[in-house]
Design a protein around this ligand. Structure first.
Ligand code: ATP
Length: 419
């Protein structure tokens, strides 16, 4: 159920949480002083109307965003302001977890498809027109001229009600093909459909090869969000259907098996939060699971992953068979520990997801929840006390003691040393 336009107009208090409203009142005061129109824009407006929590406060000033931000900082008693002269933008850091992004309203146009846009000052209408979809091109006026008025030049409210993703003009995907991924991401997240013409424009852009002109590091940012979102399976289907996976690498096959793995991942939220692992990273690993080393490296490089990252995951992905063999034959805790100890947690969970055997899954869970948390009872100082000298043998002894500790019930120092 949407928050109605009139509700926002007449009763902004009923729609905007009080904490945000207090902040907006101060923004209004600064705008009054400076005589500039000011707007809350983008995703937060969309989500306020949908009744969804969104912490990204984006503000656009019809005027000088930087000067505005500096005055706002004083008025709010904020911690600091970071300014970017080149882009005429600023971030007002009120507290560590409360930031306001301030920009000057601008007009953008592309000299040729996929070029960087030419940027000039523009009014709020221009600023909304440079945006990707109608649902992201709404603004809420927060100056005293029209405090709380919904500004919606391109039918965003209607599209939210009709659950449609609609571009603002027919060249939108051609100018910035990243929007192709963004369309899938918003459609999946909210359970929306691509509006008919939008779907045609999108298909044409893909047929005309615009996915190849995409900036992959930017796509990575969008994929990270899509892969972290709820309703991930729908997003994956879009990426498959519209050949984005093939563009990432022709050997990525989003088949039934991979789909099931994604669904399994969705059931592992508890495990992921226990080990503090990012869901998007696992999704990446799942879709890359069948690639050979050379292809993997190509993909990782395309997305600008660091060398350290590449080494870690290349190794893990390529070692999976061997790790699995070791796990199969492991019948003691220490065997499980030895098999998984040097493997990154992401790869361990990947093996958990990909494997059907209950027994393997239990061993992995035993490692994650128990074994990986255990600290050795016998430490170097214990051996030193016994008059032993540090060296290779010393280290090996500590390791053997630790393995014994893992294998006995209710271990104590005395029990282990006795063995
Ligand atoms: P999310 O809730 O996922 O963060 P968002 O709408 O806030 O969604 P952002 O990527 O933070 O998304 O972008 C903020 C706003 O900037 C968008 O709502 C949209 O108006 C605009 N925008 C972002 N990327 C593009 C793009 N590639 N082309 C046009 N407009 C864009």
């Amino acid at each position: 159920k949407l928050k109605f336009e009139s509700e926002i107009k007449n009763n902004i208090e009923g729609v905007v949480p009080s904490e945000l409203l207090n902040l907006l009142k101060i923004v209004e005061a600064v705008s009054k002083k400076r005589g500039e129109r000011v707007f809350l824009v983008g995703g937060i407006v969309r989500d306020l109307i949908l009744g969804i929590n969104n912490k990204d406060i984006d503000i656009v000033v019809e005027g000088d965003g930087i000067k505005f931000a500096l005055e706002l900082k004083d008025m709010l008693g904020a911690k600091k302001v970071k300014t970017h002269e080149k882009f005429k933008t600023a971030v007002v850091v009120v507290q560590d977890d409360l930031k306001l992004d301030i920009a000057s309203s601008r007009l953008e146009y592309y000299e040729y498809p996929t070029s960087l846009p030419v940027v000039e000052y523009g009014n709020i209408r221009d600023d909304m027109y440079r945006r990707d979809f109608s649902i992201n091109a709404m603004a809420l006026e927060i100056d005293s001229y029209n405090f709380g008025k919904l500004i919606d030049f391109y039918g965003g409210y209607e599209d939210l009600a009709a659950k449609k993703i609609r571009v603002l003009h027919n060249l939108s995907f051609v100018e910035d093909p990243t929007r192709i991924i963004r369309a899938f991401r918003f459609a999946a997240r909210y359970g929306f459909e691509l509006e008919k013409d939008t779907e045609i424009f999108l298909k044409n852009a893909i047929t005309d090869g615009f996915l190849k002109k995409i900036s992959w590091p930017r796509v990575k940012q969008e994929l990270e969000i899509l892969f972290s979102d709820k309703n991930l399976t729908r997003g994956m289907e879009y990426l498959n259907e519209y050949k984005v996976f093939v563009e990432i690498n022709p050997n990525i096959k989003y088949d039934l098996e991979m789909k099931k793995n994604i669904e399994r991942l969705e059931t592992l939220e508890d495990l992921l939060s226990f080990v503090k692992i990012k869901k998007w990273l696992l999704v990446f690993l799942i879709i890359l699971e069948n690639l050979k080393k050379k292809e993997l490296d190509l993909v990782f490089n395309k997305f600008n992953f660091s060398n350290k990252f590449i080494e870690k995951y290349d190794y893990g992905i390529l070692m999976r068979e061997k790790i699995l063999d070791q796990l199969e034959s492991a019948d003691k805790n220490s065997d499980i520990y030895k098999a998984l100890n040097n493997i990154s947690m992401e790869i361990i969970i990947l093996i958990h997801i990909q494997n059907r055997k209950k027994e393997i899954k239990l061993k992995i869970e035993n490692y994650i929840y128990n074994l990986s948390k255990i600290k050795p009872l016998i430490r170097g100082e214990d051996l030193l006390k016994n008059g032993e000298l540090p060296g290779i043998e010393f280290k090996e002894k500590l390791r053997v003691y630790f393995m014994k500790q893992l294998d006995i019930e209710n271990p104590t120092k005395e029990k282990i040393l006795k063995m």
